[in-house]
Design a protein around this ligand. Structure first.
Ligand SMILES: Nc1nc2c(c(=O)[nH]1)N=C([C@H](O)[C@H](O)COP(=O)(O)OP(=O)(O)OP(=O)(O)O)CN2
Ligand SMILES: [Zn+2]
Length: 111
């Protein structure tokens, strides 16, 4: 089994819709650190699980320097972002989304 991990930084803004009062409901920004894990039993014809550059492009083109509220049809919590990113990327089984030094969400597909 082969595994690759690609770490990407995106800068974006968002506000959350929550069922309780929170500063996070106001528009604010983060530099999210996103780690994407992909795995495969076999390599493709280029000798890769997935090209690191393709992973970066898929995530950055969609999210970097955007207002996430304008482009995503769900509440952009770190948890929801992690699952959504995992669903976009071939061979991906796990995504870590770090919002700030102390805030990390992990989505991992069931085996
Ligand atoms: N489980 C989650 N909780 C929160 C999320 C989330 O995605 N998943 N997101 C937020 C907000 O985005 C907010 O910006 C972060 O809030 P907070 O923890 O207060 O963030 P700080 O970086 O300011 O953390 P400090 O510990 O105060 O430095 C909220 N919760
Ligand atoms: Zn936030």
């Amino acid at each position: 089994m082969y595994t690759v991990k690609k770490t990407i930084e995106i800068s974006a803004s968002h506000s959350l819709k929550l069922s309780y009062p929170s500063k996070c409901c106001d528009l604010h920004g983060h530099n999210w650190i996103i780690s994407v894990y992909c795995r495969s039993m076999n390599l493709n014809a280029d000798g890769m699980v997935v090209d690191f550059t393709h992973i970066k492009t898929l995530v950055k083109e969609k999210l970097d320097h955007k207002n996430l509220n304008e482009i995503l049809p769900f509440n952009s919590t770190a948890e929801n972002l992690a699952k959504w990113i995992c669903d976009q990327i071939p061979q991906c089984y796990k995504v870590e989304v770090q919002e700030s030094e102390g805030n990390l969400a992990i989505y991992e597909k069931d085996q």
